[in-house]
Design a protein around this ligand. Sequence first.
Ligand code: G1P
Ligand code: ZN
Length: 542
Amino acid sequence: MIHSVSIRPFPDQKPGTSGLRKKVRVFQTPHYTEAFIQSVFDAEPGLRGATLILGGDGRYLNREVIQVALKMAAANGVARVRVGRGGLLSTPAASHLIRISGAIGGLILSASHNPGGPEEDFGVKYNIANGGPAPERVTDAIYARTLAIDRYLILEVPDLDLDRLGEQRLGEMVVEVVDPVADYAALMETLFDFRTIRALIASGFSLRFDAMHAVTGPYAREILERRLGAPEGSVVNATPLPDFGGGHPDPNLVHAHALYEHMMGPDAPDFGAASDGDGDRNLVIGRGRFVSPSDSLAVLAANAHLAPGYSAGLKGVARSMPTSGAVDRVARALGVACYETPTGWKFFGNLLDAGRVTLCGEESAGAGSDHVREKDGLWAVLLWLNILAVRRQPVAGVLDEHWGRYGRNYYVRHDYESIDSAAADSLVEALRTLLPQLPGKRFGPLQVEAADEFAYHDATDGSVSERQGLRVMFEGGSRVVYRLSGTGTSGATLRVYIERYEPPSGNLHQEPAEALAELAAAADAIAGIAAWTGRNAPDVVT
Ligand code: G1P
Ligand code: ZN
């Protein structure tokens, strides 16, 4: 029995960098979740009779929203939904499933690296038929619909059993519960030389993968332990928990601190890695050596040809604007194009679809390739392992050689979290006004060469995305970028990205904080961060 439930629009359902993210409590507001899902359905003209993919990272509210989405999909005429067992799908696995199922798109329930639990975050994201996050044209249509919606459609039926593999019916619709890992693991076997990686591990190479109690646990166990032969226990925190064990499933130096300490300690294995809540981010740490995500992207680009899936070379690479220019240098050496996009994976989709790039990445621990249309944490880990297995060198050795050839882009990101939204907006507005006056000004020993606000012109579809970050470039190639986060759920988060290039002949082994101290001081002085935010230091440094 299809019910049409009358509702009034919610004014705050504008998708951000990566779907709609709010506190769990907000999603629990009566009709709130349904209103957003119905808006997605209403904005997707091909939905009726189509296949839809559904899954999430297992955080608090995941199962409930899966049930709601299934009943709504049935009421909206969807022919088939393929849902991960237990309602689980990592974001890259969902992207892959969309692509191999000929699906119209998919709903991914996640707030990525944000914490989970009744007082924490939840999210709903729509991905389109290419497997990638809906581009702005689609998210704009969804948002417009949220402002006008007056009803949603839902089937009044009991909940489905999500833990039983196979097909069930929901009204006219078929619900197929699939193994969340199988297709993804099979894809990884086509891209990487599992035999060579297995041989490396069999020869005594040790690793630790920290799944942070999030969705990659089952994937990492199957691939790293079962298929590649890493000893049981190499994957830690492997059981997905609704609250991620009370932690913050963000693989950075702050939240994956335990892994970092272990990798710097006397008993460190050869290789350490972590992923985030929904499995699309990665952190790589060699024994005694942290790899910054921007460097990781550059190393992967320079060595990808060592893996079977990329043996033909790269068509091009892309990075988000705030990501360091390390990969640009590799692209130049390879003679391929390097595209600079705004923050957020959705901007890479067109370039990947057009065959212009093979590899892309972001400073926020995201890297991926044309194998799916999302960033992919385990993929990056496997590419690293494939490279190490072929080169038979430690992580530190690979990185040292890389810097010795290309130079080093010292890089750090400062986050000022949960600051007052109005103060954050004022800071940005004041800085925007200041930009034209900056060139020629000195801050300590540093002279500003240029300053602008980044706008992106998509070469494949002509679309333009304005206001994607404020940039201050200094003589000598250093730069500072400022932007406000589009994924937070309380107040505003100011991100300040600081970068300085050191040529191969320079000092390649400084602490980033030291190497960037003058720039960081200039970054604060230029934007008046302390004055606007009342903070004397960032909350998170990555
Ligand atoms: C953050 C990251 C960005 C990433 C996004 C989704 O967005 O900075 O690189 O694509 O999460 O994982 P932000 O909060 O900066 O808008
Ligand atoms: Zn994520």
